[in-house]
Design a binder for this molecule. Structure first.
Ligand code: ADP
Ligand code: ZN
Length: 529
């Protein structure tokens, strides 16, 4: 049976229950809705799954005219509009997927006042033609979703968002609300300035997701580790596994399927029908694992995702937070699990070095990566560090992350770091040679090979000075030294050189405390649900 049309006007709580079927507002939704419904502007920072959509959907119903929703996610608009239509809201979208006739029909509905909500991408909205169209219509509000895209230094900059600054002047009486799940202070400031929201009220929700258990461990045959995680803690659960490359997505999905875990791949290289099919199955069926590149998940609203696993290092904390945030939207215990290793650090640095971006872009990307690495290598509470990154003080260690549940042992690695740095300097100075991690570790261990004999490495004063550590321990130490900038990997082959933070360590002015890699088994033992 067709739902009855949504009422316009009336009371926010009534709309919440009669249209959306919920009985109470969450967090600050009620205050945000009041602010916008009353004609004021707002900036809303709320984590993924916090309920941002209602914050502009309900005011659009309460106010006369159409609410214009700006979103970069064209691929999601049709679904969003269909979902609104199903509860009786008159919604439509304008984007490049419509043919001219369809677009014209939507424009006529807008002018005739027959739409509650109209979605469009920023590049469409800033066209003079669209501005003229909107000026002829009665508008309830502008909702600028994914507003962090306006931040040039953020992880997801979209130049078209800058054009949205014109809304303030072009539509003076129309309230504007900017919404994002990115909460760094810098982004917040940029949104406010660039979207001319100086007069807005600001609503900053807590970014803590207490039901998510954060765990980041050393990579050691990642697929096996993942399988162990699924078998021991998440058998039969729905989960998302993120990999960096399409190839690795395919291989991992195949591997899981071979092991009897129902898993489907998802990446931009699959044809649209298959992607759609896999996404729908993930939403509908129970206990499916989707293995995906980051292309997956934007706008995915599945409440019972029990785990999100990263087999590769995300490029930024913002990305990591957004991706892990897709777990446990229903509030039940969930796991954010990640395996990362030395190669991740080296590869990501190389991606940045070799990218097309300018110097500013690279510096930016490096800063994002460094923050991500610091989170990976912290010996303190992950949640505290994560929230601090978003400008929120968490206070006490959380008791629900790997470092809280099984505090890492640390050791004084000052001498080891000095030996490693000396080896890099000697190889460079005395032999004019620079090497990647494998060969440098061979020199430290005095491990003979054809190559070392040929290069007469055994004649170097640093030959075999590091035998107190095993090869594995050196790799662990090296990963952490890379993450802290004491060592850097440069060029195509990731050759190692002393990093920007090497000086004080070499001079003995700073000690280096490193974590002993925990064996995955120990972490598992401590992490009950
Ligand atoms: P966000 O855009 O912040 O990621 P959504 O607006 O998609 O979050 O909301 C996430 C989920 O929470 C949706 O399924 C939504 O229907 C639900 N939701 C939002 N507000 C409420 C509420 N007050 N009561 C119950 N469910 C809600
Ligand atoms: Zn913790």
């Amino acid at each position: 049976t067709a739902p009855s049309p949504a009422p316009t006007g009336g009371d926010a709580l009534q709309i919440l229950s009669t249209v959306f079927g919920y009985d109470a507002f969450r967090g600050e939704q009620a205050q945000i809705i009041d602010q916008i419904a009353g004609g004021g502007d707002a900036v809303v920072l709320m984590p993924t799954g916090g309920g941002k959509s209602l914050c502009y959907q309900i005011p659009s119903l309460l106010r006369e005219g159409t609410g214009i929703v700006v979103s970069p996610l064209i691929a999601l608009m049709a679904d969003q509009v269909a979902a609104l239509g199903a509860v009786g809201i008159r919604a439509a979208y304008l984007n490049s997927t419509l043919d001219p006739h369809e677009a014209q029909a939507v424009e006529q509905q807008l002018i005739a006042g027959e739409l509650d909500l109209l979605y469009m991408a920023p590049e469409r909205l800033v066209l003079p033609r669209t501005v003229q169209l909107l000026q002829r219509a009665k508008l309830a509000l502008f909702a600028i979703d994914e507003a962090h895209c306006v931040s040039q230094w953020g992880h997801d900059f979209r130049p078209d968002y800058l054009g949205l600054s014109m809304l303030a002047e072009a539509f003076p009486g129309v309230p504007r609300v900017a919404l994002t799940a990115t909460a760094t202070e810098a982004t917040h400031r940029e949104i406010t300035e660039r979207l001319q929201l100086q007069g807005a009220r600001h609503f900053v929700a807590s970014f803590d997701r207490p039901n998510i258990q954060y765990r980041i461990g050393p990579k050691d045959r990642a697929r096996e580790q993942l399988l162990r995680l699924i078998r021991t803690e998440h058998a039969g659960d729905a989960g998302i596994v993120y990999c960096l490359s399409r190839r690795s997505v395919e291989q991992t999905a195949q591997f899981l399927a071979d092991q009897g875990v129902p898993a489907l791949p998802y990446h931009a290289g699959l044809d649209a029908r298959m992607r759609q099919d896999h996404q729908e199955r993930f939403l509908r069926e129970e206990g499916l694992v989707i293995v995906a590149t980051i292309a997956f998940g934007m706008g995915i609203d599945k409440p019972d995702v029990r785990f999100v696993a990263h087999l590769d290092l995300p490029k930024s904390i913002e990305g990591y937070y957004q991706e892990t945030g897709r777990a446990g939207r229903d509030g039940l215990p969930s796991t954010a699990w990640m395996a990362y290793g030395l190669a991740d650090v080296v590869n990501q640095r190389r991606f940045i070095d070799e990218s097309e971006g300018g110097e500013q872009f690279k510096r930016n990307a490096r800063a994002h990566l460094d923050a991500m690495l610091a989170l990976c290598e912290t010996v303190g509470c992950r949640r505290v560090q994560l929230l601090r990154y978003f400008g929120q003080e968490a206070g006490e260690p959380c008791g629900n992350c790997d470092t809280c549940l099984s505090p890492p042992k640390t050791w004084d690695a000052t001498t080891a770091a000095q030996k490693l740095l000396s080896a890099l300097i000697r190889l460079d100075r005395e032999r004019d040679q620079r090497f990647g991690s494998g060969q440098v570790i061979d020199v430290l261990l005095g491990k003979e090979s054809d190559r070392s004999r040929q290069s007469r490495h055994h004649e170097l004063s640093v030959w075999g000075i590091g035998t107190e550590l095993s090869e594995r321990e050196w790799r662990t130490a090296l990963r952490q030294l890379l993450a802290r900038g004491i060592v850097e990997a440069v060029g195509d082959y990731g050759v190692l050189v002393p990093g920007r933070a090497a000086g004080p360590v070499l001079r003995g002015e700073e000690t280096v405390e490193l974590a002993v890699d925990r064996t995955p088994a120990k972490v598992r033992g401590g992490a009950g649900r």
